[in-house]
Write a protein that binds this ligand. Sequence first.
Ligand code: IPD
Length: 291
Amino acid sequence: MAARVAPAVPDGLDVAALEAVAVDVARAAGRLVVDERPDDLGMSEKSSRTDVVTEMDQRSQELVLDLLAQRRPDDAAMGEEEGGRTGTSGVTWVVDPIDGTTNYLYSVPAYAVSVAAVVGDPAVPGAWRAVAGAVFNPATDELFHAHRGGGARLTARTGTTVLRVSTETDLALSLVGTGFGYAAATRARQARILVDLLPQVRDIRRAGSAALDLCAVACGRLDGYYESGLNVWDRAAGELVALEAGAVLGGLDGDVADRDLTWTAGPGLAPVFAGLVRDLTRTHLGGPAQG
Ligand code: IPD
């Protein structure tokens, strides 16, 4: 297993400026996916028949990468779809051009463009950290954004608010979000986790966008969230928003989320919630989760 060494934030890196870039770029791509949505989305299948990519995922990513190349030419970039580039600055942009593609396909208003600036190597679990990010849901015009050490904010039509996680401490009263991978075998195992978890909590939500789920914990719409099999682009920006709103976050073993498990909750709930979702993940998922 690769060493989990969280990289230091380089001296002099202006993380507030990176947040401003993330905000602009996520907004531009979000408008594109709404304003230029064609009648025929031009879908193709990825890992399974239900895991699809649309023409607009690809166009959104191209726009994000083009805008980043103009504003941050020395940075690297990687995204969910094909493309990306290397850089020299030590900053890598991690992009999900539409997180919640299935919602987008069905016009369910819970999908987002997720853009994060990270330091370290985002291809190695635990060897990177997000320093700035934005998650924009163009269907609701909600923009979640943060930079390391600066708190997390939601900018909506009504203005900008500082985000704080919920103060819930009682698992039985907690509203918990989760999500599922695309592989049928993984989903069967994730369903077994749910069977054991559901009787112990207030209720479950499956919104369909991991990035928005993490932001939902940040603003107290969820008390906790967990999922196995997330990719770095699903969670890089949302994790930072949650952490900056006071959430505790971790993975199967420690305080770094990974592909096996990502969990987050407010500090009052975190110990019992982490214990439960870790136990259930170990019991039902066994080895590493698959998408
Ligand atoms: C998916 C969404 C979903 C989560 C899946 C992700 P995509 O991302 O975030 O909520 O449950 O694990 O793969 O495919 O829509 O970009």
